[in-house]
Design a protein. Sequence first.
Length: 269
Amino acid sequence: MLSNGQRYFSHSLTMVVCALNEEELIEEFLEKSVRDLSHVCKDWEIILINDGSTDRTSELAHEFARNYPQIRIFDQKVNRGPGACIQIGYYNATKDYLFHNTVDAFFNTEDLVWVLPHLEEYDCLSGYRSDLKANNPYQKMLTVCNRGLIRTLFPLKLKAYQTVQFHPTALFKQIRVEGRSSFVSAELLIKAFYLGYRIGEIEVVFHPRTKGKAKGGGIKHVLRSIKDIIKFWFLWVVLKRPIANPYGNSKPTFLKQTESTKSVARIAG
C-alpha cells in the first residue's frame, strides 16, 4: 500500500535501467525490482539496456526475463554511455510515467511507496541527496563540481540534477533529447521546467554498491558530461536556440536567463 492510503499507484510506470558488465548484480536487481514494482503498481514495465557488456549480463538478464513479459531488453553491441542508453529507454517507454535507475540501485525501489503519491501533485520529481558521507573524496568532488557548473550556467536552480527522476512519458512527445552523456538528466529537467511542468524535489537516501565496480565516474564519462554542459549552455543560453517545441504548438520555447523557479517545490521527506 502507498503512503497516501491507496493500494496501487493510479498510473502505469516504466523503469529504465542501463547495465554494463553487471553479471554479479543483474539477477538480484531484477528480482527485487519486479517485487517492488508489483507491490505499488498494477501496470508496469522494465526496459533494460545492455550497454555493450562483455560478461554474462545480457545472457542472465534474458534468462530472467523469460518469465516476465513486462521486461524488455535492448542489447547494444558497443558501449555508448549512459546518455545514449537512457534515450533508448525513454523513447521506447509505453507507460504513463517513467524513471531511471541503475543496476547497483542508487535508488531503492522500496521507496516507491512514498515517492509515487507525490506525482498526484507534481508533474515531475527530482531526487537529491543531503548526505554525501558514503562518497569517497573523488566522488564528492565530482558531485559538487557538476552541480555547481550546471547551477552557474543554467537558470534552473535545483539541489541536484543527476539523481533519480520521474517524468510523464508525454514529455518525450514534446522534446528531442539531445545529450549523449549523463547531462541528459539535467537536460530533461531544464526542458520540462520551461514547458511549464511542475517539479517537486525529494530527498532520497543513497544506497552504496554491494557488488561489482562502479562505471559512471571514469574520466571518459566525466569529459562527455562536461562537453555536453558547455555545448548546450552555448546553444541554449548564448545563442538562445529553442530548447523545445511544445506538442501541438508552433511557438518554440527559449531558455531565459532571468526565469524564476516558481514551479519548483521541495518536498519534505
